[in-house]
Design a protein around this ligand. Structure first.
Ligand code: F6P
Length: 361
């Protein structure tokens, strides 16, 4: 008797645009390419695998979703102990429960769509003996080994649009505006949206700022007749005085700050030092919502079909990536090893400098 191939789909971590397009891409390609196939959708990320909460997915589940934001499967975040374990609130490992579901369903492979943290935890599942294929999704674009992640371009479009809109009101009132963008500790989203919207100052986690340089730049702009200024500020932006980046120290600093976010701190200092009326806008999760842009639909579909191809070939333990314009599988172990921060010699940073953008350094 011919053996049925059983695959489970999981979307994990923060959502982003393009997840449904990717689910659709994997699902349709698997159904078209493998005769005896059963596809399961795990509910709410790894939680579904832990609690054996899943649904059987049929052809119609994959139709009509390419334009939809979010994920039809739901998602969640889990406690991850770097390189070691995925645990519950009491510190107990959740990997045995996941292994149990994997074995009971007699799965051949998990297709895990996730960001940086999810790639790292997927590697733990692989090390525990499960077959996994992963797809890189996140608005942060910080996954090692791929030039781009799906979700990123849609978020760039939204963030650019937010700054475009702020331009007109900033100009009418002659104000200084800080628009704080997501991206965690990587500046990709802020750099692209900042350049794309004509921001005057771009503050990135990778280039620690000097507040005096920012103030000097803003005052010069005003003196030269430009009455308003826009700063695109990464949520992870840090000052030169914060010293070498350390995630734990950054978290502690945030917790002890009297300001809700970095932009409010900067706005307060800028207003006091320049006397310019200063405002903060934070689009927040709006950047992750709504339909994927066409680029992300195409990318997610391509990534999804490539994941199905790996399953057809039984080539597991891989993350689908884009490298130099080509869609390629790379070892998950490689992708999970590091975070792809923005290189400070990235050509777009130099372009920004060439056209007079200040990076606050
Ligand atoms: O990783 C994606 C991301 O949107 C980051 O840019 C942001 O810092 C974080 O998730 C927000 O997390 P949450 O959705 O849990 O508030």
């Amino acid at each position: 008797m011919k053996r049925i191939t059983r695959v489970a789909l999981i979307t994990s971590g923060g959502d982003c645009q393009g997840l449904n397009a990717a689910i659709r891409g994997v699902g349709k390609a698997l159904l078209n390419r493998i005769d005896d196939i059963e596809i399961f959708g795990m509910q709410d990320g790894y939680r579904g695998l832990i609690d054996r909460d899943y649904k059987f997915m049929e052809s119609r589940d994959f139709s009509g979703i390419i334009t939809h934001g979010g994920t039809i499967l739901g998602t969640s975040r889990q406690n991850y102990i770097p390189g070691k374990d995925i645990v519950d609130d009491n510190g107990e490992s959740l990997i045995p429960a996941m292994m149990d579901t994997y074995n009971r369903l007699n799965l051949d492979c998990l297709v895990i769509m996730g960001g940086n943290g999810t790639q790292k935890s997927a590697k733990l599942l692989m090390d525990a003996g499960m077959n996994v294929v992963t797809l890189p999704k996140t608005i942060d674009n910080d996954i090692w080994g791929t030039d781009v992640t799906f979700g990123f371009q849609s978020a760039v479009d939204i963030a650019t649009n937010v700054i475009d809109y702020i331009h007109s009101t900033a100009s009418s009132h002659g104000r200084t505006f800080l628009v704080e963008l997501m991206g965690r500790d990587a500046g990709w989203l802020t750099l692209y949206a900042g350049v794309g919207s004509g921001a005057d100052v771009i503050l990135l986690p990778e280039i620690p700022y000097d507040i005096d340089k920012i103030v000097e730049y803003l005052e010069e702009r005003r003196e030269s007749g430009r009455k308003f200024s826009i700063l695109a500020v990464s949520e992870g932006a840090r000052s030169k005085n914060d010293g070498v980046f350390d995630e734990e120290a950054a978290r502690k600093k945030k917790e002890s700050s009297k300001y809700p976010t970095i932009s409010y701190e900067l706005a307060d200092i800028i207003e006091k030092k320049t006397g310019q009326e200063t405002r903060v806008t934070i689009p927040g999760h709006y950047q992750r919502g709504g339909p994927p842009c066409p680029y992300d639909r195409v990318l997610a579909t391509h990534f999804g079909a490539a994941a199905a191809d790996l399953i057809v070939k039984k080539d597991y333990g891989k993350m689908v990536a884009m490298q130099n314009g080509n869609i390629v599988p790379i070892p998950l172990a490689e992708a999970a090893e590091k975070t792809k921060f923005l290189p400070t010699d990235h050509p777009l940073i130099q372009v920004g400098r060439d056209i007079g953008i200040s990076f606050g350094d």
